[in-house]
Design a protein around this ligand. Structure first.
Ligand code: PHE
Length: 438
């Protein structure tokens, strides 16, 4: 069996009995959405014309199980009628961590983005055309994004890029989008460096100097903490930045940092760091990490008897934090972008539409993905064109945009100015605590 392209890996598994390929279902949102309106390949989007997947298409059918063979034949028939590549659609690229260690980030942001694109298309599209969303998975891996974004721009000819959640991966994409003059809108990357790459790079979320300040003030005022330890992911631009901004404000508040330790995202054993932290006797621990690591950190903190509040930022938000962290994460706090409990009419209708499509409650990344697609569509309409520099100017002029994550404008550094929400984990759920305005 040849090495499959990453996207194909999701769809084909090895049949141990026959040593042949067999079809495995893709997650619903990915199956239905990748090529948006494109007439035929939207249900089997893993078959594109990259050298790898062309290779798969040309594999002798005898090597492919009969179900797969039928499907491949159907696709081959369908492809001939596909309008992809014509001028009938406006192509928008999306890159996301649909698989791998931060798969819930990409899954959620993609679902939100796709919901918005579907709604926009149902309402007639933009400039008389349907939007075609081309989604690529970077598998949550460093080093994958550059290829993907290059391909979206040079081969697929997208007019704009939506993505990503994790700052480190948005930081891989931005230096490619910027010189190509293809506007990029990150839904959820909060590290300031992302939009500093250049004037074609935007985001629809707040930035970490704000998020860090919010959590430092929360530690001082609500947790009444005087001494805090900080545990940072040394591999993540997001984590390092948020730790820095938190510390600056917490020290300004008169607080003390008892210890500063780090780990590498994906580590499994945090006991050495946690033991040092325990020895420094803090009132609470700030952990600006991602949910998968935080769940293990919280569990191991309990195991070594470190029973003090843990708190962090938006990277905590995932159902997996609750499922893996269980009681160990109970009572802890984090900041994020919005809450599905928000009673604004926009949030209420978004939550209803999302539940109807995906049968689950949206998280912040889904809401931000949704807002990023609407901000882009709104800018295309105002620009009256998808030409890069005019579209850039229209995105930059986004003002008083009514999003599901609140009403916001983009500032002169292309960042959204908006409130943060603080959530607490209570009874195995994320519960809304308070909103903090900028
Ligand atoms: N803000 C995080 C980052 O920049 C990503 C994130 C956003 C995670 C929203 C969860 C929710 O890396």
């Amino acid at each position: 069996m040849p090495e499959f392209a990453p996207r194909l890996k999701q769809a084909f598994g090895k049949c141990p009995a026959k040593n042949t390929a067999e079809i495995k279902p893709l997650p619903q949102s990915i199956r239905e959405g990748r090529h948006g309106k494109c007439c035929c390949i939207q249900k089997l989007d893993f078959l594109d014309s990259t050298p790898h997947s062309r290779h798969i298409l040309m594999k002798p059918l005898s090597l492919i199980s009969s179900a797969a063979a039928t499907t491949v034949a159907l696709i081959a028939l369908g492809l001939s009628g596909c309008k992809s590549g014509s001028n009938n659609t406006i192509k928008v690229g999306e890159f996301a961590s649909l698989t791998g260690k931060e798969a819930t980030f990409g899954g959620s942001s993609h679902e939100g983005t796709l919901l918005a694109i579907d709604e926009i298309n149902k309402a007639g599209g933009v400039l008389g055309k349907q939007i075609e969303l081309l989604t690529e998975d970077n598998q949550s891996k460093a080093g994958e994004t550059a290829n993907i974004v290059n391909k979206l721009i040079s081969r697929d000819g997208v007019v704009a890029i939506l993505g990503e959640v994790a700052s480190s991966r948005s930081l891989e994409a931005a230096p490619i989008a910027q010189p190509a003059k293809i506007p990029m809108i990150s839904p959820a990357s909060t590290n300031p460096k992302v939009t500093e790459v250049g004037d074609y790079i935007f985001r629809v979320c707040f930035i970490d100097p704000f998020q860090g300040t919010v959590m430092a003030n929360f530690a001082t005022k609500t947790l009444n903490a005087k001494k805090v330890a900080v545990l940072t992911d040394a591999k993540s631009d997001y984590s390092k930045g948020l730790a820095k901004y938190f510390k600056e404000q917490f020290l300004k508040n008169g607080g003390t940092i008892t210890s500063e330790l780090d780990y590498n995202g994906g580590d499994k054993d945090f006991k050495a760091q946690l033991t040092t932290i325990k020895g420094s006797s803090p009132d609470a621990v700030f952990i600006p990490g991602y949910y998968n690591d935080v769940a293990l950190i919280a569990t191991q903190a309990k195991e070594i008897g470190l029973n003090i509040p843990l708190f962090g930022g938006d990277g905590w938000e995932s159902e997996n934090l609750l499922q893996v962290g269980k009681e160990a994460v109970e009572g802890n706090y984090f900041s994020t972008h919005c809450s599905p409990e928000d009673t604004s009419p926009k949030m209420i209708s978004f939550v209803a539409a999302y539940k109807a499509k995906y049968n689950k409650t949206p998280d912040a990344m889904a809401a931000l993905g949704y807002d990023s697609a609407y901000v882009l569509a709104d800018a295309i309409k105002r620009a009256g064109t998808t030409e890069g520099s005019k579209l850039r100017d229209a995105i930059a002029a986004t003002k008083d945009f009514e999003g599901v994550t609140g009403k916001f404008s983009l500032d002169d550094k292309r960042n959204a100015v908006k409130s943060a929400a603080i959530l607490q984990i209570k009874g195995g759920k994320f519960t809304f605590l308070e909103t903090i305005a900028p």
